[in-house]
Design a protein. Structure first.
Length: 249
């Protein structure tokens, strides 16, 4: 998610998408992820990801929700962001009350989206806590697959995935240790990039995945390139009480 979210990230595909980017160094999805969500703008262009946590609700990044709800469409449960799965409009957007949109001081970068009708796809559960440093996590999205957009002008239509590792907080700059997760691939040459924002970070395995993060931003904003090295994900379990209170309201 985050390894590609520096200042340039805020120029992402849609006016409301900002920090996060696409996955570099990943592969086509190796399994079905019924909880995976693609958010597209009013032109039908994918700009952010999300994770289905309830038949009517999904989690995404706060910076993915700056546009009007009427202009956003969610496609749930398909590896192809142009077809398949369930397509829904947006009934409600709830951004975390502590969310700050300042790209230099992004905090509580998480939002909930209520669909305009329930879907049949199976939601993902929220983990009790995010993994410890050194533990493996999987990230996924439809973002850019290279740092230089001129070299990969067409983002992938098929979902990309990458296995990476949770890193110690001090590996990332500008991180909120209580509400964020730092992640870094062992090679440093693989990470999220533009348009991966909001997409899930999961732990577990096939049939038992749990949600731990939502792609947020670059974890080394002062260093180029921004789509490699460490990245920052919003810690979803850390916001679980707010999520449950909102979804259950």
């Amino acid at each position: 998610m985050a390894g590609a979210v520096g200042a340039a990230a805020f120029l992402a595909a849609a006016a409301w998408a900002a920090p996060a980017n696409a996955i570099i160094g990943g592969t086509d999805a190796t399994e079905e992820y019924p909880f995976m969500v693609s958010l597209s703008d009013d032109k039908g262009v994918h700009y952010c990801g999300g994770a289905l946590i309830d038949k009517e609700w999904l989690v995404t990044a706060g910076h993915c929700t700056a546009g009007d709800a009427e202009q956003i469409t969610a496609r749930v449960g398909s590896a192809d962001n142009t077809s398949g799965g369930s397509e829904r409009g947006i009934a409600q957007i709830v951004t975390h009350p502590d969310y700050t949109a300042d790209p230099e001081n992004l905090r509580s970068d998480i939002a909930l989206i209520r669909l305009d009708a329930p879907v049949e796809e199976r939601p993902i559960g929220i983990a009790a806590e995010s993994g410890a440093p050194g533990s493996t996590a999987r990230i996924m999205g439809w973002g850019m697959t290279c740092e230089d957009g001129s070299e990969c002008p067409n983002p992938p239509q098929i979902l990309q995935e990458l296995d990476t590792e949770i890193a110690a907080d001090d590996r990332c700059t500008g991180i909120d240790g209580a509400g964020d997760i730092c992640s870094e691939h062992p090679t440093r040459e693989a990470q999220s990039c533009s348009n991966d924002s909001g997409g899930p970070m999961v732990q577990g395995g096939p049939g038992r995945w749990e949600l731990v993060g939502a792609t947020s931003r670059d974890g080394d904003a002062e260093t180029d390139p921004s789509c490699v090295g460490p990245g920052v994900w919003t810690d979803v379990p850390a916001h679980a009480d707010w999520i449950r209170a909102t979804v259950g309201a």
